[in-house]
Design a protein around this ligand. Structure first.
Ligand SMILES: [Zn+2]
Length: 405
């Protein structure tokens, strides 16, 4: 038996934020990030709409990018004091992910962070509050997914929390919010969405319900992402839907080792002054992982389907896979994303000398590879890498060398 879970309600289109006026409840806590939602007036509007719905509203502000375990615990404490029956998470992936984890801790005050990270092991939520997610970025699709990523800074590792219990009750997909995204974020979140759709389509957990969502998302991202990056706001709006479709696909079909590697490299070199931003990491690793996975016949056939659906041409399956890889690399060029860690600058742009020194990368490689294999996303990858293969693959992602194994 397989399960397919999405939010019960999804409000979309310009002005969808107003749906908050129709919510029924007593107390809402709005969880937000660093201030862009406030600056652009969306936070005020959300607060006003909830008050119009007759609710008392409290804000939990300042959730940082790549939220920490500490922030989660702090937010949960604020919830325990205020006792909301609605949690309204608003902003990019980070505040929504953090709010999901706070929600678990709020409902179960004794639960530890380690317990939360047990895949599909979260007890039943919604005894205290329902959850609404309003996304302002077009990538993680956390507004519709069963996932949350929290960083343990002591260990330098990003942990995914995965359970259909944390799939929001309501998602608001209002493109007005996405129009506020800075250009670099458009590139990173857009390639994150592309990775979600492609990994979901070739995942061993793919099904008839997830395939159409994944393929349609891929086609939309192909058509819209680069133009959105270059300032086309109609395409920006369209990308907000595309990334959400990709999210619906991967929340149910799961992901693969592009994400395992991105999770485990993301904060691994934070002591050298930067993170490898999630979307950029995915964009760099995706072509390498496609080459690796395509050694599996079923996966190769599926990459061929994707290439056909994108209209890339090619006669043999090998040609189609090569064309898909070339297309994705061209997208990276168009979006100013480097091809490998060696050339990943601290500002995320391509650099002659990236911020991760070669000797540091090589020294940490065995541990990163071992962690990537253990990541929750590895289980649904079409090809299971050994420690040696994962190390080789990560090396290809560092040096931008060809994957021939
Ligand atoms: Zn992702």
């Amino acid at each position: 038996m397989a399960r397919f879970t999405l939010p019960r309600d999804l409000y979309h289109g310009k002005g969808a934020l107003e749906a908050l006026k129709t919510f029924k409840g007593n107390k809402a806590m709005i969880c937000v990030g660093g201030g862009s939602m406030k600056r652009f007036g969306f936070l005020d509007r959300a607060e006003q709409y909830l008050k119009e719905a007759g609710m008392e509203v409290q804000l939990f502000e300042g959730i940082e990018p790549d939220p920490s375990v500490e922030t989660v615990m702090k937010g949960a404490k604020a919830m325990m004091e205020f006792e909301p029956d609605w949690i309204i998470a608003m902003g990019g992936g980070s505040p929504i992910d953090a709010a999901k984890a706070m929600w678990i801790k709020y409902e179960y005050p004794d639960i530890t962070f380690e317990d939360m990270c047990k895949v599909f092991g979260i007890p039943a939520l919604r005894k205290k509050a329902h959850f609404c997610a309003i996304s302002s970025t077009s990538g993680t699709a956390t507004e519709v997914t069963a996932f949350s990523i929290i960083t343990d800074y002591e260990k330098g590792i990003k942990y995914p929390i995965a359970d259909f219990e944390i799939t929001p009750d309501v998602a608001i997909v209002d493109p007005d919010l996405a129009e506020t995204m800075p250009q670099k974020l458009v590139a990173h979140t857009g390639m994150d969405a592309m990775t979600h759709a492609i990994e979901a389509y070739v995942s061993t957990a793919n099904c008839d319900f997830t395939d159409p969502l994944a393929l349609h998302a891929i086609k939309m991202i192909q058509n819209d992402l680069v133009d959105s990056y270059n300032g086309d706001m109609a395409k920006r709006d369209s990308m907000h839907n595309a990334q959400c479709l990709a999210g619906m696909a991967f929340s149910n079909a799961l992901l693969g080792i592009v994400h395992s590697m991105a999770h485990k490299t993301g904060a691994a070199f934070a002591d050298y002054g930067a993170h490898i931003i999630h979307g950029a990491a995915n964009a760099m690793y995706l072509p390498k992982v496609i080459a690796f996975n395509a050694k599996d016949e079923t996966a190769k056939k599926r990459y061929g389907d994707i290439a056909d659906f994108m209209g890339l041409g090619g006669d043999s399956l090998d040609e189609k896979v090569a064309l898909l890889i070339a297309y994705l690399r061209k997208m990276n060029d168009d979006l100013k994303i480097p091809h490998c860690i060696k050339n990943y600058g601290a500002d995320s742009y391509p650099a002659e000398q990236g911020f991760v020194p070669e000797e540091v990368f090589l020294e940490r490689l065995p541990e990163i590879a071992a962690n990537a294999i253990l990541d929750a996303c590895t289980g649904s990858n079409p090809r299971q890498p050994s420690q040696e293969e994962m190390e080789k693959l990560l090396k290809c992602c560092y040096y931008d060398t060809e994957v021939d194994f």
